[in-house]
Write a protein that binds this ligand. Structure first.
Ligand SMILES: [Zn+2]
Length: 166
């Protein structure tokens, strides 16, 4: 799942649990793992001149772990801050959607290998990217599964937005 898939489908998945938590923070949470982990990976790669560095071996690391969402949730509870709780709820949807779309596109074994959701229970090293190179990555990005997720996410957002204005 890329951008709109996370925003829309993440928002849809979170909606039964959201109650009165602020929606814009849930939306931010659905894409926060990528906003966090991609700069970390590319920054470390750039600094080290390699592909990743240390345990950060791909674009899914700390932000893609339920552990971080749980910490954010806990901080929100401790401070009585609904924004942090909403952020955590959105974040928790992200690795689930990544896993499901990887499963549909590459099969369950590959989806499991590519997931950082249960880190560090699955070992200290974060997943190595499922894609061999940029070409394969681009091909994966145009896969029917991912495009359907993006379309479904956009539809959900459009529907939710139109309902809000009605
Ligand atoms: Zn992601």
């Amino acid at each position: 799942v890329i951008f709109f898939g996370h925003l829309g489908l993440g928002d849809a998945a979170a909606s039964p649990l959201r109650r009165d938590l602020p929606r814009r923070w849930v939306l931010l949470g659905t894409v926060a793992p990528d906003l966090l982990d991609k700069p970390v990976y590319f920054g470390l790669s750039w600094l080290s001149g390699r592909r990743g560095w240390g345990i950060v071996r791909g674009t899914r690391s700390f932000g893609h772990a339920f552990l971080l969402a749980a910490l954010v949730w806990w901080a929100g509870r401790a401070r009585g801050d609904a924004r942090l709780k909403a952020l955590a709820l959105g974040m928790a949807t992200h690795p689930v959607l990544d896993f499901l779309s990887d499963w549909a596109a590459f099969g369950v074994a590959s989806a499991g290998r590519g997931s950082a959701a249960l880190w560090p229970l699955t070992g200290w090293g974060f997943p190595v990217p499922t894609y061999a190179g940029l070409g394969e990555h681009l091909r994966a990005l145009s896969s029917p599964v991912l495009l359907s997720c993006e379309a479904a996410g956009l539809l959900w957002l459009a529907w939710a937005f139109s309902r809000r204005r009605a």
